[in-house]
Design a protein around this ligand. Structure first.
Ligand code: PGA
Ligand code: ZN
Length: 429
């Protein structure tokens, strides 16, 4: 059957923040593949370039240049190419752009085409995307459910960005989601009764944007919600500190809740949180520029069994992941396809991580759409862990809902990663 690309078209849609973004249709072998491009706000400085218009329309956030690049430059060049040869297509897209950061055509233009082509090729094969990408895909991820938001994802004064519960003690993905939803409901009652009605407002990823400032208080409240739901024994906890945004590079200090910390002091603070709150995973505990600090925290908390995830540090870039592995910085990567700009490069980054014994956590962006593609991608990778927000807001539930469908499709073949979320490859066999 032909998988030749016959049509490529990009249009503007809105993401969950009301910002314009790119949606691409690729038709190959008569089958339609469609994909949306997400956007970050709490971004790493080495992410591939997202092309925005500037000017006044949408306060500079328009994507008409990226759309024109798809419709006028990329479309005529890729029509006639094979959607089923993703590595060749993505290499071609990169060469067509020709810049290291994908700044000429825009990573948002390239990624839309790359992902839509994968969907079209899967449709030609008559397979769901996860199974098309990998014949042994069967691991359902532990959801890292972000129930309290701070940092750049809200307008409150809580400095760490995400306070997460992880239903590792569930035996299936569906059961994990039931636990997480019940914790969310229980937590809502607690935050409203303690902090007032406005405390149930949510941040960009659906977590409560409570007026809490103190990190320990946020973790205490989160744990109370989990206990009230009856899952104290099934849950462990995670943080995304997004510490690049807490770091003063000139003075080499971090500021958390108004208090200044050196790198060593902040690592000691994390050590106390790990001890007191069952925290098993910390994302971006330190700045993307504080590589020495990353090596130190990995030797300390990493050696004690804590997962340390590089988000801004690695930006889904295989070269940066390899640098981390060579130095002993972090022991897991956050995997966001739009940080690098093509599916193939993101898959190579995940491979690099797995080869070095690093975990891979597939992640949403704060600016998402209803496109659930990361649900298929996390299963395709057998990655074992996904971070896609609270179990509320349509752009977040879209991913969870797609995972329910995949779980049903896999039937008895489905395995829930549970406690093995860092090393799920054995489960895939
Ligand atoms: P972002 O936030 O999508 O705005 O980068 C999420 C994160 O930091 O993990
Ligand atoms: Zn992050």
């Amino acid at each position: 059957m032909s998988t030749t690309i016959t049509e490529v078209h990009a249009r503007m849609i809105l993401d969950c923040r009301g910002y314009p973004t790119v949606q691409v249709d690729v038709v190959a072998g008569g089958a339609l593949g469609r994909a949306d491009v997400p956007a970050g706000r709490s971004t790493g400085s080495s992410e591939a370039v997202e092309l925005r218009d500037g000017g006044t329309a949408y306060r500079g956030q328009g994507v008409t240049r990226a759309l024109a690049n798809v419709n006028e430059v990329i479309a005529p060049a890729v029509v006639g190419r094979n959607a089923a040869d993703q590595p060749a297509l993505d290499r071609f897209l990169r060469e067509l752009d020709g810049t290291p950061g994908k700044s000429r055509l825009g990573a948002n233009a390239l990624l839309g085409v790359s992902l839509a082509a994968a969907r079209a090729a899967a449709a030609c094969a008559g397979l769901p995307l996860h199974r098309y990408l990998r014949a042994d895909s069967r691991v359902l991820p532990v959801p890292f459910v972000n129930l309290i938001n701070g940092g750049k994802l809200t307008s409150n004064d809580l400095d760490f960005q995400e306070f997460i519960c992880m239903p590792v003690g569930a035996s299936t993905f569906s059961e994990a989601m039931r636990m997480a939803s019940e914790c969310h409901m229980a937590l809502m009652e607690i935050v409203v009764s303690r902090y007032g009605k406005l405390a149930a407002n949510t941040g960009d990823e659906g977590g409560f944007a409570t007026p809490i400032v103190d990190v320990r208080e946020a973790l205490t409240v989160l744990r109370e919600g989990v206990a009230a739901a009856g899952y104290a024994d099934q849950m462990v906890y995670a943080l995304d500190c997004a510490a690049t945004h807490l770091w003063d590079a000139a003075r080499r200090v971090y500021t958390v809740a108004g208090k200044e910390y050196t790198t060593d002091e902040l690592i000691a603070f994390y050590g106390e949180l790990v001890r007191d709150f069952d925290i098993v995973s910390i994302e971006d505990p330190l700045s993307e520029d504080d590589w020495d600090g990353w090596v130190a925290i990995t030797a300390d908390l990493g050696a004690k069994g804590v997962q340390l995830i590089g988000d801004d540090l690695f930006v889904t870039n295989p070269d940066l992941v390899q640098r981390g592995a060579d130095l002993g910085a972090a022991n897991a990567m956050l995997w966001k396809v739009n940080q690098i700009g093509t599916l193939t490069e993101a898959l190579v980054a995940a491979d690099t991580a797995f080869r070095n014994g690093y975990g891979v956590q597939v992640s949403e962006r704060s600016g998402e759409t209803e496109d659930p593609i990361i649900a298929d991608l996390v299963v395709a990778l057998n990655a074992g862990q996904i971070k896609t927000g609270s179990p509320v807001r349509g752009e977040r539930t879209a991913k969870y809902n797609r995972l329910f469908q995949i779980e049903e499709w896999l039937g008895a073949d489905a395995v829930y990663a549970g406690h093995d979320f860092r090393r799920p490859t054995a489960l895939a066999r």
